[in-house]
Ligand binder design. Structure first.
Ligand code: TXA
Ligand code: MG
Length: 314
């Protein structure tokens, strides 16, 4: 299959409306979309990514008003969260409408819904006839792509169209909150922080880790995620020096230690989140064997960075 790269949201949407898979930019990471009501098109997403079929997809809507096309019974809490955080980097798990094919939700009676704030994503979604089912636009198991070239690297030749945009400004996947349970449950950390969610939902339950033997709360929790080829070593406090026996890299907020071949010191947590997955990718391209990653403080988006680092370390 030849992958058309375009800058035009309307052209990309016309491919999607014809039943094809289309990658598109969002403020979190790039997504790989298909018409959420076209089961065959959605099957194309799983095939292109090599994604396990029991891992459900997030459905993207152009405006909050369109949530009702895929979800029913939007609870009072969900409404509050929509009003405060949509459009933006938050996914809500709601009760699914029967009309949405099972393949989208991997058989679950619930559906993840998100309304991106990215202007190119919004324009693309407005031109799509239906809501768009889309996971991150990477090969399954690899770090999520934050720029179009990385999408092309993973999926070029495997998808019909790639809508080219600027690099994602957030760099980590959306926060996920399950609103079908009481109290609502945080399933994945992201740029919408626990602190800001708790201002509206004080009893929010945290269920972001999957313990061995326990059924995952979010199907995606059981899969290895976000992993570069290189080994990830987590560093709590900045270290003086690294072993020099291997091609090592370092990323964090503190000044880089001695001995690293490649280093990236981030100005703040937002920059750390934005550059992390891209750094993993360049380290792999440059044959780095080991990446030392400073664990940031557990506050704001720092929690989401920690979560991705811990998962990448396996
Ligand atoms: O920022 C994002 O969320 C990006 C962009 C493209 O929107 N998308 C993304 O999708 O990260 P993906 O497939 O890589 O992650 C979706 C996560 C998975 O962990 C999946 O298990 C969970 O959402 N999920 C989807 N539907 C669910 C549901 N009904 N109940 C629980 N978890 C669900
Ligand atoms: Mg993903």
């Amino acid at each position: 299959m030849q992958t058309l790269v375009t800058d035009r949201p309307d052209e990309a949407a016309s491919w999607l409306n014809r039943g094809e898979t289309v990658a598109f930019p969002t403020e979190t990471v790039y997504g790989l979309g298909a018409d959420a009501f076209d089961a065959e098109a959605v099957a194309g997403i799983f095939k292109a990514k090599g994604r396990p079929s029991d891992n459900p997809l997030i459905v993207h809507v152009a405006t909050p008003e369109r949530i009702g096309e895929v979800a029913k019974e939007i609870s009072g809490t969900a409404r509050m969260l929509v009003e405060r955080f949509f459009p933006g980097p938050l996914t809500l798990v709601l009760k699914k409408r029967k009309s949405v094919p099972e393949i989208v939700s991997a058989g679950l009676p619930t559906i993840g819904v998100r309304c991106p704030s990215h202007p190119v994503a919004s324009e693309f979604l407005r031109h799509c006839k239906h809501p768009v089912a889309a996971p991150s636009a990477n090969l399954s198991g690899r770090p999520s792509p934050t720029d179009w070239k990385t999408v092309y690297h993973d999926l070029g030749g495997r998808i019909a169209c790639l809508l080219r945009g600027e690099p994602s400004t957030i760099g980590l996947e959306s926060t996920i909150v399950d609103c079908t349970v009481n109290p609502p449950r945080l399933l994945r950390t992201g740029a919408v922080s626990i602190e800001s969610l708790r201002e509206l939902v004080p009893d929010l339950e945290i269920a972001t880790t999957c313990h061995p033997g326990e059924a995952p709360k979010s199907p995606g929790q059981k899969y290895r995620h976000y992993s570069p080829e290189a080994e990830i070593v987590l560093v709590e406090a900045p270290t003086q020096s690294l072993p020099t026996d291997t091609r090592a890299a370092w990323i964090g907020l503190a000044p880089p230690p001695q001995g690293a071949t490649k280093t990236l010191q981030c100005r703040d947590l937002d920059e750390y989140a934005r550059v992390l997955f891209g750094f993993f990718r360049t380290c792999d391209a440059e044959g780095i064997c080991r990446i030392y990653c400073e664990l940031p403080p557990e506050e704001g988006i720092g929690r989401a960075i920690r979560d991705r680092l811990v998962k990448a370390a396996g």
